[in-house]
Each structure stands twice: as structure tokens, then as C-alpha cells.
Design a protein around this ligand. Sequence first.
Ligand SMILES: CC(=O)N[C@H]1[C@@H](OP(=O)(O)OP(=O)(O)OC[C@H]2O[C@@H](n3ccc(=O)[nH]c3=O)[C@H](O)[C@@H]2O)O[C@H](CO)[C@@H](O)[C@@H]1O
Ligand SMILES: C=C(OP(=O)(O)O)C(=O)O
Length: 428
Amino acid sequence: MEKLKIVGGRTLKGHIRVSEAKNSAVALIPAAILADSPVTIEGVPKISDVEILKGLLEEIGGKVEVRGSDMIIDPARMIPMPLPNGRVKKLRASYYLMGAMLGRFKQAVIGLPGGCFLGPRPIDQHIKGFEALGAKVTNEQGAIYLRAEELTGARIYLDVVSVGATINIMLAAVRAKGRTIIENAAKEPEIIDVATLLNNMGAKIKGAGTDVIRIDGVERLSGCRHTIIPDRIEAGTYMILAAAMGEGVVIDNVIPLHLESVIAKLREMGVHVETGNDQIFIARPEKLKPVDIKTLVYPGFPTDLQQPITALLTKADGTSVVTDTIYPSRFKHVDELRRMNASIKVEGGSALIKGPVQLHGAKVRATDLRAGASLVVAGLMAEGVTEISGVDHIDRGYSNLVEKLQGIGAEIWREEMTEQEAEQMQSS
Ligand SMILES: CC(=O)N[C@H]1[C@@H](OP(=O)(O)OP(=O)(O)OC[C@H]2O[C@@H](n3ccc(=O)[nH]c3=O)[C@H](O)[C@@H]2O)O[C@H](CO)[C@@H](O)[C@@H]1O
Ligand SMILES: C=C(OP(=O)(O)O)C(=O)O
């Protein structure tokens, strides 16, 4: 088991390249199940969520080859094997196997998904969608059983705007008979990315990226090539750490349009932000101004950057309020930031951050993926050495983080935990 070590206070400068989007990749890979010939996905990030999904596709008979950053998935010999436990629980996105397997085989048995624990994360809207398409869905001992004689298009209104439910219903509906309409759909760029792949495979999806998606079912889908969009959350994380410590950081391979809410908030804090076609330049100001932030569905401020920006706001000159309307309990990072001398109070779904404080290096634990990102930002800002355990969470979503940050001047490295530290981690 490894930990991250950071010597804080180093100024950051130079270019840092963003990898392709985790939240696209983890939907595009299961989407390949729906084809009858090989699908090549270009730019697959080197993260553990992708590795686990690869293993799951192989478990159901898929042939998966990784060539450089391409993943070639041959779904021809896949069979509807049940996937009730084990790897399924290691990530959130395993729920996409439900939609994709239901779409192809009209049946699936999948364990309930894992992923970051951010408070309750129900999947009732996914199930409502599958049922509307004609599937019988039951939950037996922690596994979801889905079965349909036939899938028929339906009009589905989502009671909650959900990224996962929108994509999952698209996956199940592309090979259904007739037209499906998803109303109150989520509009995240990753949804457009998945719809683009499916359309290139032969699907007929219109309206992805708006709140009404129309899908006309087709009989068969075939393989194609698809390049994943850049990861806006990874990019946002680098923007935030550059806003803290950057004296001219250029973030490469970004789509600035996907980050408008983040750019706006950083500018409001006084950060120097310039955008190019696929680059964002960031330089920190003398003094950061406090801001209030509310996380919202896209194009609002993303909940996945709430934790990293909270770390940055400890440095702002005054009190900031960060409210998470998507996951009101997503505040486990706050206890760890307090160990580093942050002055933060959590009330309801909001964190009240009093700044400016000088953070101190400490031994802290990443309890989830973006809590980990938040601690990396804090460690770069802190005086002294920060040790972060729970690196497996960070590895779910950041490809080559250490090497990338070293490339812009950070003093950060991975180190094996001592036996005693590893035991403590496992028992707590
Ligand atoms: C793999 C992936 O893409 N993960 C992202 C996805 O998660 P995920 O797709 O799981 O998140 P959703 O968009 O579904 O969740 C949004 C909100 O809806 C609620 N909800 C969701 C589904 C449902 O059936 N019932 C329900 O009540 C959730 O509890 C949450 O409060 O979007 C989240 C919100 O942008 C991001 O934080 C995650 O990084
Ligand atoms: C919450 C996240 O991921 P997941 O939904 O995969 O747990 C995230 O990427 O911040």
C-alpha cells in the first residue's frame, strides 16, 4: 500500500496535460457491449476504474486489448454472465453494465455499484427508466436482476437530474423497439460524448446535451473508433492548484467551454485566467478574494470540484461559503483539512471557510477521490510535509498525477507505507 508525500510551498510553472475524461471512459467502455464488432476507444486514461471495467468485460467473455492509449473491445463473444459481487462494488460506473447488458441481452444480474461514498447515492431513476422500457427489475441480496421479453421505447421523465440515469437509459434504449424520450435529462459533456459514440455505432440519438433526448431504437450497432473528450474535472483540479501556487501554469488538452463556471469563480477570486482553443493559462494573484459557491448540475459549478476548491479558499482573504446541492454530505475532506490548520465549519450542506490561514503539513487520509484531490491541493499550499494515505481513491480518477505535478515543479512522490501504517489504515 502506498502513500503520497508532498513538500509544500513550491511554486508551480510550465505545462501540464489533462488526460481523457474518467466519467466518459467509464460509460464508453460498457457502451461497447452493445456492438456486434470491435469498438476502439482512443485516449483511455490510466486509472483504476478503467482497469476494473476492463476486467468486468473480460469476465463476460469480451476480448479487450490495450494498445498504447487505445482500448479495443471485441464484444462478439460476450455472454450475459451474472456479475453480482467483487469488482462491481469497486466503482460507481459498474451500473452502466446494467443498461448496456439489458440493451444487448435483455437480461443482466449486477451487484449494486460502489464508488465514492458521498452520502446516499440511490439508483431509483435508472430503475424507473429500465422498467419504463419493459424490464422487470428486482433487488435480491444486494444484486439487481433485470429481465425483459422485449424492450420498447417509452417517455421517461427523470424526477432528479442524473448523469448516470440519463446515460444508462440511453444505453438500454438504443436497441429498443420504437422511440424513447428522456425528459429532464442531465446535460453534462460526458453525455454528449457517449451519445456520439453510440451514434457512430449506428444509434439514432438526438438532443444529447439538452434536457430532452430522443432515441429511435435500431436493430444492430457496429464497431467504430472514438476519441474521448478531455477530463474537465482533472483540468479544474489543475486550475485550482495553479490558482494557489502557479506562477504561469498552462493546462493543455482542455475544452474551456466545459469549465466556464470554474473560470468565472477563479476570476471572481482574482486569479489570472486566459483561455485558448484547447489550453487554459493560470497565474495566482497576490491576494485571493473569498467567494460563495453553489454546486449545480452542468453547466453549474461541478460538485466534483467542490472539495478541491474548498482547500484553495482557506487561502482567501475573508470568509467563503461553499454549498453542495448535489451531495449535501460531501464534506469528509473537511476534518482532514482541519488537521492541516484550516478553519472550516460545516453547517447543513455548506462549508464556511475562514481565511487566510497558512496550512501546515500533516498526516491525512483521502476518504474519497476528490477528498484526495483536495488534500493534494492543500499539501502543495502547506508549510512542511504532508502525507496522504488512501491513495487508491486518488488512483480511481487521476492518471499519472505524481509525474504530471512533478513536471510543473511540485515536490511530490509516492512511498510504500510501513507495515504498521498499512495495518492502521485497514483497521480504521
Ligand atoms: C461515474 C460518474 O459519471 N460519476 C459522476 C456522476 O455520478 P452519478 O451519475 O452517480 O450522479 P447523478 O448525476 O446520478 O446524481 C445526482 C444527484 O441525483 C441523485 N440521484 C441520482 C440517481 C438516482 O437514481 N436517484 C437520485 O436521487 C443523487 O443522489 C445525486 O444527489 O455525476 C455526479 C454528479 O455530477 C458526479 O459527482 C460523479 O462524478
Ligand atoms: C464522485 C466521483 O466519481 P464516482 O461517481 O465514480 O464515484 C468523482 O469522479 O468525483
